[in-house]
Write a protein that binds this ligand. Structure first.
Ligand code: DQA
Length: 145
């Protein structure tokens, strides 16, 4: 069994992107952390990143079609605040999704205070930096056990 880790737009630039907000860890570092955390629970991971809204929808559909997937760690980045398509994909697939943000969007601009995903997420982890991904993996693994 495994956990799918999905990262949205601009998160491929982690490490150099606004490090004062997002830190200096790279996306590769995040994915290694997720894999190590999942392994402690005897689970695997499959990690994807897309800058495209429809690409993320496709990845959610693929995750849902795989019976080995126990849940999804989703940082939809800016699409969190705009995407009815991602909301509908989570609803349609009934995937267990943990919404993750490196920063705390509630402490930032007003337009980041709305999440289309939070109403359908199992949990929301925001402001814990890269460690938030490990918490999300722990949560999905514990929930599945
Ligand atoms: C983010 C927060 C979003 O508001 C922003 O658009 C991102 C990253 C985060 O991880 O803190 O791209 O999801």
């Amino acid at each position: 069994s495994r956990i799918v880790v999905l990262n949205g737009p601009n998160l491929n630039l982690l490490g150099t992107r606004e490090p004062e907000i997002y830190g200096t860890a790279t996306l590769a570092d995040v994915e290694v952390l997720c894999a190590e955390t999942a392994a402690k629970h005897g689970l695997g991971v499959s990690c994807h990143q897309s800058n495209h809204e429809g690409g993320l929808v496709d990845l959610l559909h693929e995750a849902a079609a795989d019976p080995g997937v126990v849940g999804v760690v989703l940082n939809a980045a800016a699409y969190t605040h705009t995407s009815v398509a991602l909301l509908d994909a989570v609803k349609a697939t009934r995937l267990a999704v943990v919404e993750v943000h490196l920063s705390n969007p509630h402490a930032r601009e007003e337009f980041r205070h709305t999440s289309y995903l939070s109403p359908v997420a199992v949990a929301v982890i925001a402001g814990a930096g890269v460690q938030g991904y490990a918490y999300a993996v722990d949560l999905l693994a514990t929930r599945h056990a």
